[in-house]
Design a protein around this ligand. Structure first.
Ligand SMILES: C[S@@+](CC[C@H](N)C(=O)[O-])C[C@H]1O[C@@H](n2cnc3c(N)ncnc32)[C@H](O)[C@@H]1O
Ligand code: SF4
Length: 405
């Protein structure tokens, strides 16, 4: 499907107001982020349903960067004149890219986009592909935050998870990352096969021993079409994993890392600006195979998705006829409340109530009945100036979010 070229272009801050049948009437555009997807990994982990593929004999870095340039250049009319607050290079395993390749990628973004001088630039890295020299080179190119997929510090668990690294490599990668950049996130998973509370807390203890400023703690889920879905491992039951979740929050709070989103914990001032922009219903341009984007215009909000298959995306992006875009869709006014609340309620502090209208172009009155019902059930904070789940609402987040469908 061909990309839709916006008719009403405008830079952030313009105050024109246009109402369309889709219902959106935005008086300003939200902050803009950029996501770049690198789709290859050394090998596929058995639990993972990300758009990631075992790397071919040789990483097609040249073809990938050429396709990325083509993808970016075709997207430019949709974001013309707008400032970019953050970049996230995710995967897959972006740390498979050479230092020169990553440098070219960031130079390309800087040349084509209005990247703010203090933009947060995060790159995901797998400890099995970590090298001190390359991390330093990534930092010299502009990466100022590294996100490491640690998962666990237990060698037996790492083997069960099919990881390409052991705990010693994970610790070494953290050390290299912390020497290279000021900001490091560690991804850990819990409720792992055969894991008990002691194992979960030991992983936390080891993560905290590195003094990290940000942790992402994911409950291991069995995703469809993964090896684990076909051959399910023995996992802790719901009560045991709920107890782990509670213990994680308590232990991290004691250590000064505050839970600010369902899976994210940070020291004061260390929250991930890129992910916050997603949850606050900001805009993001998604580049690369399978990348999703959300872009606002004065009169509508558009979601788009790139072709998932890396080879197809590379070939179609290079064709420069828009056929690398699998889907472009204007979000209907009836869908916006759910989409907004789905994101905003993941944040422990919620969002200012006024941002609902700013970001969706709809009046808060559009969700007044659902707000009242959720508040009456004790799921939503009655404070009229914020949209924020109560402790109960957060525990039953799916039920609360569905009230805005
Ligand atoms: C794209 S990966 C991160 C970087 C890199 N690919 C790696 O694994 O080292 C994002 C994170 O999602 C989490 N994740 C992936 N699959 C998951 C699953 N089925 N359940 C819970 N968390 C998962 C892992 O913690 C992983 O580090
Ligand atoms: S390395 Fe990361 S993205 Fe790649 S398969 Fe494993 S979890 Fe998925």
């Amino acid at each position: 499907m061909a990309i839709t070229i916006p008719i009403h272009q405008a830079g952030a801050g313009s105050r024109a107001r246009v109402v369309t049948p889709a219902g959106a009437a935005l008086t300003s555009l939200p902050p803009l982020s950029v996501y770049v997807h690198v789709p290859w990994c050394v090998r596929k982990c058995p639990y993972c349903d990300f758009n990631s593929h075992a790397v071919p004999a040789e990483l097609p870095e040249r073809a990938y960067l050429d396709a990325l340039r083509a993808d970016l250049e075709q997207a430019l009319p949709s974001v013309w004149g707008r400032q970019v607050i953050s970049v996230f290079i995710g995967g897959g395993t972006p740390s498979l890219l050479s230092a020169a390749g990553l440098d070219e990628l960031l130079a390309m973004l800087r040349a084509c986009l209005n990247l703010l001088p203090d933009a947060e630039i995060t790159m995901e890295a797998n400890p099995g592909t970590a090298e001190a020299g390359r991390f330093r080179d990534y930092a010299a190119s502009g990466v100022n935050r590294l996100s490491l997929g640690i998962q666990s510090f237990d060698d037996a668990q790492l083997a069960k998870l099919g990881r390409i690294h052991d705990a010693a490599q994970a610790r070494a990668a953290i050390d290299m990352a912390q020497r290279a950049v000021a900001r490091v996130n560690l991804d850990l998973m819990f409720a792992l096969p055969g894991q008990d509370m002691d194992g979960c807390l030991d992983d936390l203890r080891q993560a905290l021993s590195h003094g990290t400023e940000h942790l992402s703690l994911y409950h291991l889920t069995l995703e469809p079409n993964t090896v684990f879905a076909k051959y399910p491992p023995q996992l802790p039951d719901d009560d045991a994993s709920a107890a782990m979740q509670d213990a994680i929050e308590t232990r991290l709070e004691e250590a000064g890392l505050h839970r600010y989103e369902v899976s994210a914990y940070a020291r004061t001032g260390a929250r991930c600006r890129h992910n916050l922009n997603y949850w606050e219903f900001g805009d993001y341009l998604g580049l690369g195979p399978g990348a999703h984007g959300k872009l606002s215009f004065h009169d509508r909000i558009v979601r788009e998705a790139r072709l998932r298959n890396p080879e197809s995306w590379m070939a179609r992006a290079q064709a420069r006829d828009g056929s690398h875009i699998a889907e472009t869709r204007t979000v209907g006014a009836d869908e916006l409340p759910f989409e907004f609340m789905l994101n905003a309620l993941r944040l422990k502090d919620g969002v200012p109530a006024a941002s609902f209208s700013e970001r969706t172009g709809l009046s808060l009155a559009a969700i007044a009945p659902a707000l009242q019902a959720a508040s009456a059930r004790g799921l939503l904070d009655p404070d009229p100036t914020r949209l924020r789940a109560t402790a109960l609402g957060w525990r039953f987040l799916n039920d609360l979010q569905e009230m805005f469908l």
